[in-house]
Design a protein. Structure first.
Length: 622
């Protein structure tokens, strides 16, 4: 019953897309229908999970009647087929929202944007229906399901995919706006830039939140002790985030100064193309990662074909129309526009570095070349100098004017910041065993944080200035996050040891004693837990890391124990029993200031939210 209903809804979705494309004047009406039909299809699949209807193969393979309601619902997208249905649902909803809010664009341009969205929806719906159908029947109906991957049974990972998709798929609208503008063959206007900026900012905020949720999940769930591992699937979300950040800044220049048209259009196209590339990497089966979905390569090739079609055709259209796109207006070397161009070049170069490092092992595997392991050293050695150059520029950005900045302004602020930077560098060098590179990075980020905090102060002192507040808060969040990255990297400590009952060890100011070890059975897993008493001064806390075994899926997971003090973590991992010594393997990490990474990330998103509020306020006044 549910399978038939779901398939019927997918078929009617394709019919509605076709109708909207054939009768473009009714495209807006069709986009509402498509959103409604896909919403009903997604709700149908979710209902099968909630009521444990295992006649639906997808629910049978990824759910269990004993699961909590949270993991029954999140199980809907915790697999390849369901996650692709979520992708199409987000795509359809974005199309309907654009139709509802497209009054600021000309009718002809809006119709073209809606038509492109319908084409994308039809292509991905066809992909689902023919190759990744979540409404396949299993007969006879099993009495019980196989259960959800234990690694996915976590609140952070339950919200991680929806947030990522709201970011990834949101860039379909900036893509459609760019293709429609090239197709429309009319002069680009500030009205177009304002619309693109809203959708680009919304997508960027959701993508940032998705990356933050995934990073924090990996930190406390995997037991690896860190927050970013340059995993190929982590990189898949970082690539469109880098170009999306560049796009957001280019759209500001477009709206304020009517310049950087070519940059803006190119970034609109390439950001969505990278979102599609990330989707291919996660679902092709060619990557080995805890994040990937188990999908066969044939289905991955279908997505690769969509990526080639979308990226190839749109970039070809861009190349054909580039002469008709207004060239950049003249700008001074020391101007806000020039700083955005520099920002775009740095972020673009970083994206190329990440893309090459992620794809090279895949290309080597396909071509039969010698396999070369590309790990954190490759990325860190190439990204670090780019980051240093970027922060040198960012320090001066708040004092730059549009078009041209008087030299006396740069001279005065350059001297002030030079003194501040020197003091910060001197303070950083007082830190024992601190390298020159780390000291320089801390000094630069400290100076950047100072000028960003100054912008926040100026924005809230007296009459509230929302655009300045958005600028200052977003940049201050970046500084806070990078400080957390640097200090946790250079000040962190790791120790692996064997502990028996009542044995203790001193570690970074803590006295840690193993007081108990026990095994017991929970509802759907077996666990072994050790209890460690951590003493710091007069304070004591019990930490209980676990090793869990899930019989149904034959999976072992690690549950870490974390004690937080002043944004720093004592991070404990249960490594199992050493049979020879008959003692427990305990891994200890001290991660100083690591929580600043996620605090800074949330501040960045808050800056984006303030920017949206500022744009809404400006439109109401207009």
């Amino acid at each position: 019953m549910l399978n038939d209903l779901g398939n019927a809804l997918l078929i009617f979705t394709l019919i509605s897309c076709g109708y909207g494309l054939l009768k473009r004047e009714d495209g807006g009406f069709a986009s509402y229908w498509v959103a409604g039909l896909i919403t009903a299809a997604f709700a149908t699949l979710m209902y099968a999970y909630v009521v444990s209807d295992f006649s639906v193969l997808n629910a049978y393979e990824n759910s269990h009647s004993d699961k909590s309601i949270l993991y029954k619902v999140s199980g809907t997208w915790g697999n390849h087929e369901g996650s692709m249905l979520l992708w199409v649902w987000v795509l359809a909803v974005y199309g309907a929202l654009f139709t509802w809010k497209s009054k600021n664009l000309s009718k002809g341009l809006s119709q073209k944007v809606i038509a492109i969205q319908l084409v994308l929806t039809a292509l991905f719906t066809s992909f689902i229906f023919f190759t990744s159908n979540p409404f396949v029947t299993v007969s006879p109906t099993p009495a019980e399901g196989l259960g959800l991957n234990p690694l996915l049974q976590d609140p952070a990972l339950a919200i991680h995919p929806p947030l990522l998709y709201l970011g990834y798929v949101g860039y379909s609208l900036t893509f459609s706006l760019a293709v429609a503008a090239l197709w429309h063959q009319k002069k680009l206007t500030k009205a177009w830039a304002k619309v693109a900026r809203v959708w680009g900012l919304v997508s960027w905020m959701f993508l940032t939140l998705g990356i933050l949720a995934g990073s924090y999940w990996a930190y406390y769930e995997l037991g690896w002790g860190g927050w970013w591992f340059w995993d190929p699937v982590e990189n898949a979300s970082l690539m469109p985030w880098l170009t999306g950040t560049a796009l957001m800044h280019s759209l500001i220049a477009f709206e304020k100064r009517n310049t950087l048209h070519r940059w803006t259009l190119f970034l609109c196209l390439i950001t969505f193309a990278l979102s599609l590339l990330g989707t291919f990497l996660v679902r092709s089966g060619i990557l080995v990662s805890v994040h990937t979905f188990a999908a066969d390569p044939e289905r991955g090739l279908f997505i690769l074909g969509l990526f080639a079609l979308m990226a190839g055709s749109s970039l070809a259209l861009f190349a054909a129309r580039i002469d008709a796109i207004a060239a950049n207006q003249w700008m001074g070397w020391f101007s806000r526009e020039a700083s955005i161009v520099l920002n775009n070049l740095i972020l673009g170069t970083a994206c190329v570095v990440v893309t090459l490092g992620t794809l090279y092992p895949v290309i080597a595997q396909i071509t039969g070349s010698q396999l070369v392991s590309i790990g954190p050293p490759y990325f860190e050695q190439l990204i670090t100098p780019l980051a240093i150059i970027m922060f040198i520029g960012l320090i001066f950005v708040p004092f730059l004017k549009w078009q041209k900045t008087p030299f006396k302004v740069l001279k005065a602020w350059g001297l002030t910041l030079g003194v501040d930077g020197g003091i910060l560098l001197f303070m950083a060098l007082l830190w024992a065993d601190l390298s020159w590179l780390a000291a320089v990075c801390l000094a630069l980020v400290g100076a950047f944080g100072f000028v960003s905090a100054l912008q926040v102060y100026k924005a809230v002192w007296g009459r509230l200035n929302l655009p300045r507040l958005a600028f200052g808060l977003g940049h201050l969040g970046l500084g806070v996050a990078v400080v957390g990255m640097i200090i946790s990297a250079i000040g962190g400590e790791e120790k692996i040891l064997l502990l028996g009952p009542d044995e203790s060890v001193n570690f970074h100011g803590y006295t840690i004693e193993l007081t108990a070890a026990e095994a017991f059975e929970e509802q759907n897993y077996l666990t072994h837990q050790v209890t460690l008493l951590a003493t710091y001064g007069r304070n004591q806390v019990a930490l209980q890391p676990e090793k869990r075994f899930y019989p149904l899926s034959q999976t072992v997971t690690t549950e870490t124990a974390i004690e937080t003090r002043w944004f720093s973590d004592l991070y404990v991992v249960h490594g199992g029993l050493d049979e020879g010594a008959q003692k427990w393997i305990i891994r200890l990490y001290y991660n100083p200031m690591i929580l600043l990474i996620w605090l800074g990330g949330l501040m960045i998103v808050a800056g984006g939210g303030v920017s949206l509020a500022a744009q809404y306020k400006q439109r109401k006044k207009a």
